[in-house]
Design a protein around this ligand. Structure first.
Ligand SMILES: [Zn+2]
Length: 253
C-alpha cells in the first residue's frame, strides 16, 4: 500500500469522526461549536477519546468518563467512511470522481446515522447536497447534468407516490415512510443519475425488506424487544453507499 493510500484511509477515518460530531450534535440543535463532550454524561472528552475508531476501541466501546456504553453506530460510520474513500482512491486516484464520491458518501453516512438514531432526516442537509450534486454534475465523469437532473426528478416523484401511499395505508403516527425519505430519494437520484438509480436503490430496498421480515418472524416467535419501526432511510443510504463501493470495485479500468 502506498503512502498516499495510508493518508487517504486516515483522512477517511478523520472525516468519519467529523461526521460523528454532526451526528451527535445536529439532533440536539445546540452547542454546534465548542469542545466535544461525552454523548452520555456531557463531560469534556480527552483528545485520545476523540480519535476516530482508536478512541472507541481503547475505551472498549464504553465511555471512560461514566462507563456507559457508546453506540456502535459511531465506529461503523468511521470504518465505512475510510473503506469507501480507500476504494474510490484505488479506483479513481485523486481525480474528480474521488472527491465527488467522497462527498456523496459523507452525506449518505451522516443521513444514515442520524435517521437510525433519531428517525429524522434533515431537509437542509439532504436537499442542499442534492443541489450541489446537480450543479457539479457536468464535471463528474459518467454522470452529467441531464442524468443527474432526471435522476433527481424521477426519484422525487417515485418516492412522493410511495409517501402518499404510505400515508393512505398507515393513517396512524407510525408512518414507515416520511417526507425526509422523499428528499433522500431526490439526493440519491441527483448523485448517481437516472441510469444508476435502480441498482443504487436496490440493495437498500432488499436489505430493509429482509430486516423487516426478520423482525416480524422474531415477533411471531414471541420476542417482545423488537423495534416498533425500521429506519427506512438508513437502509437506502447504506444500500446506495454499498452500490457506489461495489460499482467502483467492478468498473473496468
Ligand atoms: Zn460520559
Amino acid at each position: 500500500m502506498s503512502m498516499l493510500a495510508v493518508v487517504v484511509v486516515i483522512g477517511g477515518l478523520a472525516l468519519g469522526g467529523l461526521l460523528n460530531v454532526l451526528v451527535a450534535r445536529l439532533p440536539r440543535e445546540r452547542e454546534m461549536f465548542g469542545w466535544p463532550r461525552c454523548t452520555r454524561c456531557g463531560r469534556r472528552l480527552a483528545i485520545w477519546q476523540l480519535l476516530p475508531l482508536v478512541g472507541w476501541i481503547f475505551q472498549g466501546g464504553r465511555a471512560r468518563c461514566c462507563g456507559r456504553r457508546l453506540h456502535w453506530v459511531f465506529p461503523v460510520v468511521e470504518v465505512l467512511c475510510a473503506a469507501a474513500l480507500f476504494v474510490f482512491y484505488v479506483r479513481y486516484g485523486l481525480g474528480t470522481a474521488f472527491w465527488f464520491l467522497s462527498f456523496v458518501s459523507a452525506v449518505l453516512l451522516l443521513t444514515a446515522a442520524i435517521d437510525w438514531l433519531h428517525r429524522v432526516i434533515y431537509t437542509l442537509f439532504i436537499l442542499l447536497p442534492a443541489l450541489i450534486c446537480i450543479i457539479v454534475s457536468p464535471w463528474v465523469p459518467g454522470l452529467g447534468l441531464v442524468a443527474s437532473l432526471v435522476g433527481a426528478i424521477f426519484a422525487g416523484f417515485a418516492f412522493l407516490i410511495l409517501f402518499v401511499l404510505a400515508r393512505f395505508l398507515f393513517p396512524s403516527n407510525a408512518v414507515p415512510f416520511g417526507l425526509g425519505d422523499v428528499y433522500l430519494g431526490i439526493f440519491i437520484g441527483a448523485a448517481v443519475g437516472i441510469t444508476n438509480l435502480m441498482p443504487a436503490l436496490f440493495y437498500g430496498v432488499v436489505a430493509a425488506g429482509v430486516f423487516a421480515a426478520g423482525i416480524l418472524l422474531l415477533r411471531r416467535a414471541g420476542r417482545t424487544d423488537m423495534p416498533a419501526y425500521i429506519s427506512y432511510g438508513s437502509f437506502l443510504c447504506i444500500g446506495a453507499l454499498g452500490y457506489l463501493i461495489v460499482q467502483s470495485l467492478l468498473r473496468e479500468a
